[in-house]
Write a protein that binds this ligand. Structure first.
Ligand SMILES: [Cu+2]
Length: 669
């Protein structure tokens, strides 16, 4: 899964503050998994006495090294964020601290040192700082290979469960009464947006979103060990997919496609989060139709308009201007990657001084519209955490706004030529589905134990939340593909699901519709001469990941493996980034909602950037999340061949290697 270890070792040589890695052979994966879980167990409480080695390390071990000494002096000088206070990644100082700890962990030469360092700082730093640093270090350090990070909704339940349920959990704990509490989506049916709240508030989707931003952090510097391939383009793509996926849910619920945000018009939808920080009070609410206000100390709205204008000028000119004044051509297939870096903006942006940080600043501005001048001492809004952002309908307006800027760039590129799309002598003759495309809501239970306070003397009682979530029946896609070449060919198979009608029942044109397509799968196959019957299970889709086992179950498995000395292989769950398996299909409706399935079979010998993809998809969610530390597996632009204008509506489907069929997605009550 995290096969970048080798790359990282190579790159380490050039990064002077990273140590030589010592052999970890003595520490088993099971023991490492156990250590990570213990470090993350009840982070708002002191390390439990029964975890003797961690407890001892936090007292007697003194971390060494440049990164650790810097952080210790910050603590000793009283500059670090207090404990029992909220943490926000968008707060520069909060992030700086989390990155100091991240650097300590990344520069810990072996597992036991890393764990002792983590234990030491856990007792001295803010809990949010600690959790963020642990998660990102496990993801990016070679020491974290094959480890599973527990579901964040159980580690920091306040960012996933609503206030009502959290309050019930506290009462249950106080009165020592076990409880299972049904969690509802925010708002009422009087609010049309409520119809799609199940999507923005889906805890699995929230985990995907926050994990994506941990895999591809905007603060990432290549001196941490490796380059994040096509990070800017993936920023565009992962959010484009979230946006069109949301639109597919809207259409399933008789709502128009989401409109974009305008700096000079009111923010149409308000939002009452019904969510509370563990420390820091309630998340601020925002009424409907609020006009944008400058946010003191963050940005003025007119600056945002200027940044937008500069970015759109760059698109119109076909180049961005780097900080040194040089021109970087973007009117080509790599332009989207640079634009993604510019718009987010990330450390990779060639000129953040000039183009600003449209996305990151917009998140803060939207998060603060309830208290833009800090008059009421409100904590950050839901938009200021990747865990909670998609709850707010303004998240999707903001992303539609940026998506339209990306589209402006894509529309500036020439349509694909025949040579760029065709696959000589390969034809798709049929596409079908085994099983029904049927969705339903199911109840899902997750543990709230870590949401409440406790003492070592009082026993824990079982407390959990039950939330309704979208799922679908398993199904298998099939494709019949003829290969009229004399030899085997290697094929990339791309599968898109595209809404056919807008909310008024008007059929999208091909050129309108292609931009709304949801990429549901991409995989590779060898095609023998003659006919090939390809099958692909919904659970194999490379856009999705399975549910991570609960914290409790991970603990049980790790403890059992450590006790017995047996191997522990949880690598199937080592990717937190990826749409949950059960969200592969949009909800559809009771009558059966029509979607077009477009299958594009293209030349894998040209497209594939990584070998061995037919047998091993390397983590299973590469379509939006890549393969950790490696080159993105597909050389084609994300969204190819539907990402560029299609002038002649017939053109696309005149290719024998492309096939369109109509399916219906039915929702059962
Ligand atoms: Cu995001």
């Amino acid at each position: 899964m995290k096969a970048f270890a080798f790359l990282l070792l190579l790159a380490v040589a050039s990064a002077s503050w990273l140590p030589e890695f010592q052999s970890d052979a003595v520490v088993s994966t099971a023991k490492k998994q156990q250590d990570v879980l213990r470090l993350l167990f009840k982070v708002t409480e002191p390390i439990r006495k029964r975890y003797t080695d961690l407890k001892d390390a936090s007292v007697s071990h003194k971390p060494t090294g440049v990164a650790a000494e810097k952080l210790i002096s910050e603590i000793e000088d009283g500059r670090t964020l207090e404990q029992k206070h909220y943490f926000s990644l968008f707060n520069d100082r909060h992030r700086e601290e989390a990155l100091m700890l991240f650097e300590v962990l990344m520069s810990s030469g072996d597992w036991n040192t890393a764990v002792s360092n983590a234990a030491y700082f856990r007792e001295r730093l803010n809990e949010g700082v600690f959790v963020y640093a642990i998660y990102t270090a496990v993801i990016h350090s070679p020491l974290g290979k094959d480890l599973v990070l527990p579901p964040l909704y159980e580690v920091t339940p306040h960012l996933f469960a609503n206030t009502e349920v959290i309050n019930q959990a506290y009462s249950a704990k106080m009165t020592q009464t076990p409880g299972k509490f049904q969690m509802s989506f925010t708002g009422t049916k009087k609010n049309p947006e409520q119809r799609v709240a199940y999507f923005g508030e889906d805890i699995g989707l929230n985990v995907h979103h926050v994990s994506w931003h941990m895999d591809y952090p905007f603060w990432w510097k290549d001196s941490y060990g490796y380059h994040l391939d096509r990070k800017g383009e993936l920023f565009f793509w992962a959010h484009h997919q979230l946006t069109v996926r949301f639109d597919a849910e809207r259409l399933s619920n008789n709502l128009d496609l989401v409109d974009e945000l305008y700096w000079d018009r009111p923010i149409v939808e308000g939002f009452a989060p019904h969510t509370t920080y563990k420390y820091g009070g309630e998340f601020p609410a925002r009424p409907d139709n609020v006009n944008f206000e400058d946010v003191d100390g963050v940005a003025r709205i007119r600056d945002m308009v200027i940044f937008e204008t500069r970015i759109r000028d760059a698109i119109a000119h076909g180049y961005v201007t780097a900080a040194d004044g040089s021109k970087i051509d973007i009117r080509n297939e790599h332009g989207i990657d640079i634009l993604g870096d510019v718009i987010e903006s990330s450390v990779y942006s060639p000129n953040p001084g000039y183009y600003g940080a449209l996305h990151n600043l917009a998140h803060i501005i939207l998060g603060r519209q309830g208290d833009p001048h800090g008059k009421f001492n409100m904590p950050p809004g839901v938009m200021e955490h990747f865990e909670t952002a998609t709850r707010d309908p303004s998240f999707f307006r903001l992303h539609k706004y940026m998506d339209n800027i990306f589209k402006e760039h894509k529309d500036s590129l020439p349509p694909y030529t025949k040579e760029q799309v065709e696959f000589p002598d390969v034809a798709v003759t049929a596409v079908g589905v085994d099983g029904k495309l049927e969705t339903f809501f199911e109840d899902f239970e997750f543990n709230l134990l870590m949401g409440v306070d406790d003492t070592e003397e009082v026993e824990d009682v079982p407390i959990s939340a039950v939330v309704s979530r979208l799922n679908h029946d398993p199904f298998t896609m099939t494709a019949d593909i003829s290969n009229n070449n004399a030899a085997d060919v290697f094929a990339t198979i791309r599968v898109f699901l595209c809404p056919r009608y807008d909310a008024n029942g008007i059929l999208f044109t091909v050129n309108e519709g292609r931009w709304n397509c949801v990429e549901i799968d991409k995989f590779w196959r060898t095609l023998v001469p003659g006919s090939n019957h390809i099958t692909r299970k919904s659970s194999d889709a490379s856009t999705t990941v399975p549910d991570v086992p609960s914290f409790q179950s991970l603990v049980a498995q790790a403890d059992a493996a450590v006790a017995s000395g047996e191997d522990l292989d949880l690598s199937a769950y080592s990717r937190g980034c990826g749409i949950p398996d059960r969200l592969l299909l949009p909800k559809g409706n009771a009558q059966g909602m029509e979607f077009a399935v477009i299958v594009a079979v293209t030349d894998g010998s040209q497209d594939a950037a990584v070998e061995g993809l037919e047998k091993d998809e390397r983590g299973g969610s590469h379509a939006q999340c890549g393969i950790h530390g490696e080159t993105f597996p597909d050389k084609q632009p994300l969204g190819y061949p539907l990402d560029r204008r299609i002038l002649d509506e017939r053109a696309l489907l005149n290719f024998p290697n492309l096939f369109k069929t109509i399916v219906k997605i039915t929702h059962r009550e």
